[in-house]
Design a protein. Structure first.
Length: 209
């Protein structure tokens, strides 16, 4: 009987976390406040959308700021309109792509789709906090890993590290390959996102006032 009661409590708790409950968070501030570690357990976040977008939709940030290129360990910025990202070359045949998903008539608020919608065909999806101040997720995309970051605006920042697009297996084809891809590229993608944010958005965060 006691085990049934414990199970019932666990089920209710899980429903609260993944249902209508909003993740606990401090009020917006400047500099941005640290976010509670258990935010990743909630489907609903106390987000704001009032901040200006960080990614300009071209490679101008990198062309004007060599320090940013150096922080990412990359060179030769080139805009890819298909990926909506600035592609930066790295050594050993890898590259960094910094881009965005911007709101449009079809998806006026892109962020909830990244946070809530799981791609069950791919064997890697992880919610995380970047720099303890930004809500973010990592998932596989092509032969690489993308970290999508909530920056407090309607724009979702994306940072991908991997091989050139099309040069590798499709995510979801193999559990082992997906795990290897995640282990190889996801830590670097998170690090690249942190380096970009530290340079472009010092003191910023998902709840930056």
């Amino acid at each position: 009987m006691r085990s049934r009661a414990i199970t019932a409590v666990a089920v209710v708790a899980a429903a609260v976390l993944s249902g209508c409950a909003v993740a606990p968070a401090p009020p917006p501030g400047k500099p941005a406040p640290r976010l509670p570690a258990d935010s990743i357990a909630y489907d609903t976040l106390p987000v704001i959308t009032s901040r200006p977008k960080l990614f300009p939709g071209d490679c101008s940030q990198f062309e004007k700021n060599p320090q940013l290129l150096g922080a990412l360990g990359a060179s030769s910025p080139r805009y890819n309109p298909y990926a909506k990202a600035c592609v930066l070359k790295r050594s050993a045949g890898t590259q960094v792509e910094v881009g965005s998903m911007d709101p449009d008539q079809r998806i006026p608020e892109p962020w909830p789709g990244w946070w809530k919608v799981y791609d069950y065909s791919v064997h890697h999806f992880r919610r995380m906090l970047v720099l303890d101040r930004y809500y973010a997720v990592s998932q596989l995309e092509g032969y690489g890993c993308v970290v999508a970051v909530n920056t407090g605006s309607l724009q979702v920042l994306t940072v991908r590290v991997g091989a050139e697009r099309g040069n590798g297996p499709v995510p979801g084809d193999s559990v082992d390959v997906d795990r290897q891809t995640a282990q190889r590229f996801c830590p670097d993608a998170q690090k690249a996102a942190e380096d970009y944010l530290n340079t472009v958005d010092p003191g910023g965060g998902s709840l930056a006032g």
